[in-house]
Design a protein around this ligand. Structure first.
Ligand code: SAH
Ligand code: ZN
Length: 691
């Protein structure tokens, strides 16, 4: 079997389909999976174990045999807990073949082969009966099928089917119930992930303001969940307008309905303000009485929550369809609509003299359709990109740099996806502005932002290598600009596609062309992560069970390609401490074309602080003009402790060192040696570090 994997080629900016061996897909899946993170989630594991013990005891007290159904067994962990707790038999269902194989090995290694049957099927394919996968229906249902949104991984249809076909009526369930909580907030920072704010441009002939069209203003956005580490959001970045409210719960021990529905609660704002955002999280009660509770509540609700770091379950940010001014004490209804896999929210004002019992009358106004973007901007710009475009200090830096290089007779070409630069260049007086957006021509046009721009900014639909003099009205480009930003970029250096595009249009550049940015540089720093290290670190034993087979499997998959790869992570969500100074490791000169040969460097970086070297972080800096640079990584570092502030709109590249243990025994002034190689043929960067 051949597998084709889509991947953007950073030298062409377009998607390519690469043929991979049949193992490839699953190695990627394992290497980037959340299994390690789950096994490191002590709070989760301890509470599952307590809940499972309690459920087995309740069944035994009734004098019944304890027959467990574990849907989505993964490593087999929850089944092994059940078997240890005295369950008579466990059916462990796992749809993902490599995991099911691993579960068989792990179960065997831990001596539970006679008590646990691993079944490599989707739960809806499992049969019950004398010749079936299961001899009889189970009386204990154990699962861990939840994502940050609770239901996004299909927990509801899976439970619905299991209650109909695989478990007895009145069965015990671990967890017993889940509850979803919400809080209404106002937050300019989070709202900037959904709305384009007006852009102010101080031009020679007065201030110009770009005001987004009403279609964009009133667009409900996209339905995809926005899940973040809310514990990293400082309280100064939002203001809570309501108390925490229970939105809905699901009892997993009873038949579950997955069909679309809605839930509604009444709210009284504790403060007047602009309702923009619904923050949401859930908890699970492992037992019917709710004495064993595992919660995702953020720090201001539960001060100890930062102690239970996890990445597989975070918190959700939902954007209301539009901003709504609310007054302290007034009556509001918050409605959560859901389908089988996702949730969305809307806010209604109660009518005069209405009380809770009349709430039903609102049924008609309740949104039933999930949000659909009508303005196209939400398809083009994802949430971090909206945030970046709304970053006023960043915009100011581009404006200052453009002002330095643009003249009234400038012929300006902008190469970047969905960029505001063409509009800025036009406002700053460039005579002729054209733009190329290599991967998103179909989606966005600066005209979408204002009709007045229609004849002012021309879109060139050709790819850079196909640019013809006629596209430029037979003129030469005097100013070539880019942010650079391309939607296909995964790692920071993929935006170097700008350099390739610049190379492709070389013959169209005037001899005295200004390229903005004039250059880029790659920066690197060694860090100790507060928590992120867990997602790639071996676990050994988990609650007394030997899960090393899983560790080995992850390691194999990480090493599946001959060299390890860096991976993108938004580090504002994942605090780390710098152990070295930031170091510039490579520079890329955009005033020249991409060279034929590779760009390599090697050297060593001193470890200035004691700590565990978990990995290296890499990011790009763009040098826009003489003393104006923008960083897509480190923004600031407080020197004594090495705490870092990262660009909140970008993902940085993280290269995890293969052995954290080795770096733990590092003593006194040690150094890390590195080799970094930018392959100009592929646009990829390979690296290696020695501790
Ligand atoms: N139970 C393990 C793993 C949880 S991850 C633990 O708690 O550590 C969830 C697993 O469920 C994944 O491996 C996924 O492949 C599997 N899965 C999800 N839905 C499933 C279904 N309906 N049937 C079988 N496996 C499922
Ligand atoms: Zn939209």
């Amino acid at each position: 079997m051949k597998i084709f994997c889509g991947r953007a080629n950073p030298t062409t900016g377009s998607m390519e389909w690469l043929e991979e061996g049949e193992d490839y897909d699953y190695h990627q899946e394992i290497a980037r999976s959340r299994y390690a993170d789950m096994l490191h989630d002590k709070d989760r594991n301890v509470k599952y174990y307590q809940g499972i013990r309690a459920a087995v005891s309740r069944v035994k007290e009734r004098g019944e045999k304890a027959i467990v159904l574990d849907i989505g067994t993964g490593t087999g962990l929850l089944s092994m807990m059940a078997a240890s707790a005295g369950a008579d038999f466990c059916y462990a269902i796992e749809v993902f073949k490599p995991m099911a194989n691993a579960a068989v090995k792990i179960v065997e290694k831990n001596g539970f082969s006679d008590k646990i049957k691993v079944i490599n099927k989707h739960s809806t394919e499992v049969t019950v009966g004398p010749d079936g996968d299961m001899q009889c229906r189970a009386n204990i249902l154990v699962t861990e099928l939840f994502d940050t949104e609770l239901i996004g991984e299909g927990a509801l249809p899976t439970y619905e089917h299991a209650h109909r076909n695989l478990v007895q009526e009145g069965c015990e369930a671990v967890p017993h119930r889940a509850t979803v909580y919400v809080q209404l907030v106002e937050s300019r920072r989070m709202w900037s992930w959904k709305k384009l704010f007006p852009v102010h441009v101080e031009a020679g002939d007065g201030e110009k303001i770009l005001i987004p069209p009403s279609e964009m203003e009133n667009c409900p956005g996209v339905p995809s969940v926005c899940d973040i580490q809310l514990n990293q959001m400082p309280s100064s970045d939002f203001s809570t307008l309501s108390d925490v409210v229970t939105m809905f719960s699901v009892d997993f021990s009873k038949p579950v309905q997955s069909a679309s529905t809605y839930y509604r609660v009444q709210l009284e704002p504790v403060k007047s303000g602009k309702a923009q955002i619904v923050l949401s999280w859930w908890d699970i009660d492992m037992d019917p009485l709710g004495t064993i509770n595992c919660t995702m509540a953020p720090y201001w609700v539960k001060p100890t929550s930062a102690l239970q770091w996890r990445d597989h379950w975070m918190q959700c940010v939902y954007f209301l369809p539009r901003e709504e001014p609310v007054v302290q004490g007034e009556k509001l209804y918050l409605t959560a609509c859901r389908d089988e896999y996702s949730v969305w929210y809307s806010l209604q004002k109660a009518r005069e003299g209405e009380n809770e019992a009349d709430g039903e009358e609102h049924k008609a106004d309740v949104c039933v359709e999930s949000p659909v973007c009508r303005c196209r901007a939400h398809l083009l710009w994802n949430r971090p990109r909206f945030g970046e475009l709304n970053d006023q200090s960043r915009t100011r830096q581009y404006i200052s740099s453009l002002r330095k290089v643009l003249k009234t007779d400038s012929v300006c070409l902008c190469i970047s996806d969905g960029s505001l630069l063409p509009v800025l260049a036009h406002y700053l007086g460039a005579k002729q502005v054209q733009c190329m957006q290599p991967s998103r021509t179909d989606l966005y046009h600066p005209h979408d932002l204002s009709n007045h721009l229609e004849d002012k900014i021309k879109i060139i639909e050709a790819r850079p290598e196909l640019l013809k003099p006629s596209h430029l009205e037979d003129k030469k480009i005097s100013v070539l600009v880019g942010e650079p930003f391309f939607t296909t970029s995964l790692l920071p250096w993929h935006n170097l596609y700008f350099w390739y595009a610049r190379t492709a249009v070389s013959t169209h550049l005037a001899s005295n062309v200004t390229v903005l940015p004039q250059s880029a540089s790659l920066h690197m720093m060694i860090v100790e992560f507060q928590d992120l290290w867990r997602i790639r670190s071996p676990c050994g034993t988990c609650e007394g069970f030997d899960v090393q087979t899983m560790d080995d499997m992850i390691k194999d998959s990480l090493n599946f390609r001959e060299s390890k790869e860096a991976e993108p992570h938004p580090l504002w969500e994942y605090p780390c401490k710098s152990l070295s100074d930031p170091q510039e490791v490579l520079t890329f000169d955009f005033t020249k074309t991409v060279p034929q040969h590779c760009l390599s460097t090697e050297g060593s970086v001193k470890l200035l602080r004691k700590g565990k070297s978990h990995g290296a972080v890499l990011w790009m800096k763009y040098h826009l003009a003489a003393d104006i640079s923008v960083s897509t990584g480190l923004m600031q570092m407080s020197n004594e402790k090495g705490n870092c502030e990262w660009n909140p709109h970008c993902k940085q590249a993280v290269y995890f060192f293969s052995s954290v243990i080795e770096s733990e025994i590092l003593s006194d002034p040690a150094a890390v040696t590195y080799t970094i190689n930018f392959d100009t043929k592929t646009g990829e960067i390979a690296m290696d570090f020695k501790l």
